[in-house]
Every structure is written in structure tokens, then in C-alpha cells.
Design a protein around this ligand. Structure first.
Ligand code: TYD
Ligand code: MG
Length: 473
């Protein structure tokens, strides 16, 4: 026993280490899952080899950085009736798309996270908004670009806010020093992954840094009433890099998406504490910044003069907005054994299901065909009402019979080939009517509640796919 003590504990390195050792934990770099020990596979997102050790700060140091020492007092509870409702005092940015997605402007003290792939235009969007918040003092903190680069970008974008300040600071404590001095009315952080806090002994962009910096910014936003925009990078899965907690911390999560090879960009609300989470804003990336797109349908329909087989137009809803989108399909004999199925902007499993319906209910031999499906403009659509247009485009390509121009579709397709009702059918019909379409195909279930003579467009209601097939091909 004594010998054991002599060998093991004489110099007692264990105790010394214990007292000085900073607390660490292991974080999954993909999803932010926290574990006290290293794991080979993340139990939350199932990815392999993503755990790294990070120092987590000591609790007594985690104080609100933005406040002065003497003001760091605990909060006292307040009666609900005594709290002043700030709703109604939203900051209107003048950017109709953003205002709508936010639910009518920026809510004071809110914290908005904007995620998106690199190069999609997040920095451009926020700089443009900052440059157009005329009369508001804005601090734009960029850890990604130099002042000159920001200036060069600003040269391309119209806007004249002379109260826009730019900082390239990346240390959170120093950012708060600047904030205290400048007292901005809106704060923009480009990006949360470049910020670092001295309390955390990890590199910028690591999970614990992101958590800590976002936590500090959240406190600042809530206590000062200044709205904060955070730009967040996304990882290879397409979710915002950093822990899920980041999404919990903020009030609004917006996704800026689009295909870099196209000019359209969609700003989509994923979570919104102060508005609808199903709104979208549409922009076009031009050489001089982002332009708002007010009538997206006209832009998404490319087929103008001659009907081509494999093309059908769907009357979809994106958020609260009706939108007509062109669906393109190509069905061709499979040359290399296994048939290929590729869908861009549409769920591949749903495509396989629709193909199975066509095979089983319609008797169309799709099994030995390559099938390619495309949504025009690089859009991603998950409105079930697009089903009928997808099926129509597939049959049209299969039979090589074009669908007449000025026809459009809005119905969900069920497993037995029946057409199902979809929401907001009147709005869809009205949009198609407005754009000069001549005929819209919908599900029979709607027919009872619709006054067809209200519209110029011919409304054709069907119960089964078969009937539409008879009618069109
Ligand atoms: P950026 O805002 O830097 O993307 P992110 O911050 O999401 O990484 O966008 C950069 C792209 O946008 C780049 O490819 C150039 C293009 N762009 C324009 O087409 N027009 C413009 O006016 C600006 C400023 C950028
Ligand atoms: Mg950027």
C-alpha cells in the first residue's frame, strides 16, 4: 500500500492537474452534440470521427461582456402586465422581401441568423440592407473581409446610409467596446464563425466559441433592444454550421439559398418567433447587388412560344405567395442496365413514388427508363400540389406529346392515382389567371366550393390521373 502511494501519489501530479485543469468537453463538429468523453460516432447525427475536445469556460467568467462591471446584476422578475409591448415599433428596412420574411420589419432586440452556402450572397444582402437603413446607425462587423474589400463591395451596391460603420474586429469583447462607444441601432455580425471570446480556449468557429459568442450577443440584443443579424456558414449537410443550440438561441432563422449558377436567390424563414415561418423572399443577383423580385412567376416560366414535350407548369405556393413554376422532365430508355433517377429541386423519393403510380395505375413502363426531373430556376419545391405537374411532365416526355402552352396544374397525387385537394386553391387559380393561363387542372374535391365563373381561366376538375391522361394525351 505504502509502495503504491510512493509510486503513484508522491509528487501528486494528479491533484495539481485537477485544480488547474480547465473544464473540457467533446463536441461533434457537425451538429454540436456535447459529450464528456470522446466518441467515434455521434449519437445525434450519426457522423463518424467528428468529436474534438474543447475547453469550456469556468462559470464565474461567463458574464455579460457588453455591460459595465457594476451593472452586472441579476435580473428581477417583472409582472407581465408591467412589461411594455414593443410590437408595432418594428424597423422597416424598405426591402419588401426581407420585411415580409421577418413578418413586417425588424423587431427591436431580436436576433436573426442568416445561413447559406459560401458565395450565395449573405454578405451582399446584409451590407445592402445596412446601406439602405437610412437614418439608422448600423455597425457592420466583418471578420471575413478587410475594410477595403467591404468598401469595394459597397461601391457596387446602391444605398446611401451615411451612418453605416464598418469594423473588422473579431474579438467579442472588443466588439462590445466598439458597441458601447458607437451605440449602434442595428448590429450586423459577418460571420458568427469568425468571432472569438477570450474566455474560451478554442479556435474561432469551434462549437464552444460559437455558443459563447452567440450567447453574449443574445444577451446584448435582449438587454439593449438593438437588433442583431448574424451570418452563419452552413456545413456540407446544408444545415447551419455550429450547434443546433445556435438555432435555439436566436429568434429567427433565415436560409439564403439558390443555385450559384442561376441568378435567383430565395430567402426562406425556417423559424420565426415574430412572424410566419413559411414566408419567402425572392431576389435576383445582379452585377449591382440584389434586386427584389416582385412577380416571380413570370421569371420562372421560360417556355414562351412553342410547346415542348416534357414541360408542365405547376401553380405552387411558396409561403403565402402563389408562384407558377415550370417542371421539366426527360424520360429516355436506360442504356446502362440500372435505370437512373435524378431530381433537382424535388424530393427523389417522391419522384420514385410518382413513377410507381404511373407504372402500376397507368400501365406506363417506367422501370427501364432513365428519368430526369428539373425545377426551373434552380428552385427547391416541397409543395405537394406540384405532383400533378410532375406527373404531367413525365407522361408528356414518355409519350413525346407536348402539353399545350398556357395549361397549368395544381393537385397532389395519391398512391392509387387519385387527385387530392390542396390548400389555397383560389389563390393559385387567381395567379394563373393573372398570368394569362387558359386552363388549370385541379382535383375534383375543390369543385363544390369554387365559383368557376369568377375566373377568366378555365378550371378543369378531375378525380383520377387516368381522366387527365385521356384528356391530354
Ligand atoms: P457574398 O455576399 O460574398 O457571398 P457570401 O457572403 O454568402 O459568401 O456574394 C458573393 C457573390 O455575389 C460573388 O460571387 C459575386 C456576386 N456579386 C454579384 O453578382 N453582384 C454584386 O453586386 C455583388 C456585391 C456580388
Ligand atoms: Mg460573406
Amino acid at each position: 500500500m505504502l509502495l503504491f502511494w510512493f509510486i503513484c501519489c508522491k509528487d501528486n501530479p494528479c491533484r495539481r492537474v485537477k485544480t488547474n485543469k480547465a473544464k473540457t468537453a467533446f463536441f461533434c463538429q457537425e451538429c454540436g452534440f456535447e459529450s464528456p468523453k470522446w466518441l467515434g460516432r455521434c449519437p445525434s447525427c450519426q457522423s463518424w470521427n467528428t468529436f474534438t475536445e474543447e475547453v469550456i469556460s469556468r462559470p464565474d467568467e461567463q458574464e455579460a461582456l457588453w455591460k459595465d462591471e457594476d451593472k452586472r446584476k441579476p435580473n428581477t422578475p417583472v409582472r407581465l402586465q408591467d412589461i411594455q409591448a414593443t410590437e408595432g415599433k418594428r424597423i422597416v428596412t424598405g426591402d419588401l422581401e426581407l420585411d415580409r420574411v421577418l413578418g413586417g420589419g425588424i423587431v427591436p432586440g431580436s436576433i436573426v441568423l442568416i445561413g447559406g452556402e459560401p458565395g450565395i450572397g449573405k454578405s451582399t444582402l446584409l451590407l445592402q440592407i445596412a446601406m439602405n437603413l437610412i437614418g439608422q446607425k448600423v455597425l457592420y462587423v466583418s471578420g471575413e473581409e478587410s475594410e477595403q474589400q467591404i468598401r469595394m463591395r459597397a461601391e457596387r451596391i446602391p444605398g446611401g446610409n451615411d451612418q453605416l460603420y464598418v469594423s473588422t474586429e473579431s474579438n467579442v469583447a472588443k466588439v462590445f467596446k466598439q458597441v458601447k462607444q458607437l451605440k449602434p441601432e442595428v448590429l450586423v455580425i459577418d460571420s458568427i464563425q469568425t468571432l472569438v471570446s477570450d474566455f474560451i480556449d478554442a479556435t474561432a468557429g469551434s462549437i464552444s466559441q460559437i455558443k459563447e459568442c452567440a450567447g453574449q450577443l443574445q444577451r446584448y440584443a435582449k438587454e439593449s433592444g438593438v437588433p442583431v443579424f448574424l451570418i452563419g456558414h452552413i456545413n456540407k449537410e446544408g444545415t447551419i454550421a455550429g450547434p443546433k443550440v445556435l438555432e435555439h438561441m436566436v429568434d429567427t432563422v433565415l436560409q439564403f439559398e439558390g443555385d450559384r449558377h442561376y441568378t435567383h436567390r430565395i430567402l426562406r424563414a425556417q423559424k420565426n418567433r415574430f412572424g410566419s415561418a413559411s414566408e419567402i423572399g425572392i431576389y435576383r443577383m445582379e452585377t449591382d447587388g440584389l434586386r427584389q423580385v416582385n412577380n416571380p412567376s413570370e421569371l420562372l416560366i421560360t417556355q414562351k412560344d412553342e410547346p415542348i414535350s416534357g414541360v408542365a407548369v405547376a401553380a405552387t405556393m411558396e409561403g403565402m405567395r402563389p408562384m407558377l413554376i415550370e417542371v421539366q422532365a426527360l424520360v429516355s430508355p436506360a442504356v446502362y442496365g440500372n435505370a437512373q433517377r435524378t431530381a433537382t429541386g424535388f424530393d427523389l423519393r417522391r419522384l420514385n413514388m410518382l413513377l410507381a403510380v404511373l407504372e402500376k395505375r397507368g400501365g406506363l413502363a417506367m422501370g427501364n427508363k432513365d428519368v430526369f426531373l428539373n425545377m426551373a430556376g434552380g428552385l427547391k419545391v416541397d409543395d405537394p400540389a406540384i405532383d400533378l405537374a410532375v406527373v404531367a411532365a413525365l407522361i408528356s416526355s414518355f409519350e413525346d406529346v407536348p402539353i399545350p402552352l398556357h395549361y397549368c396544374f395544381a393537385a397532389e397525387v395519391g398512391l392509387s392515382g387519385e387527385l387530392r385537394a390542396v390548400n389555397r386553391i383560389e389563390q393559385r387559380i387567381m395567379e394563373a389567371d393573372k398570368l394569362g393561363f387558359e386552363s388549370i387542372f385541379i382535383a375534383k374535391h375543390h369543385a363544390g366550393g369554387l365559383q368557376k365563373n369568377k375566373f377568366r381561366i378555365e378550371v378543369q376538375a378531375f378525380g383520377k390521373l387516368e381522366d387527365i391522361y385521356q384528356k391530354l394525351f
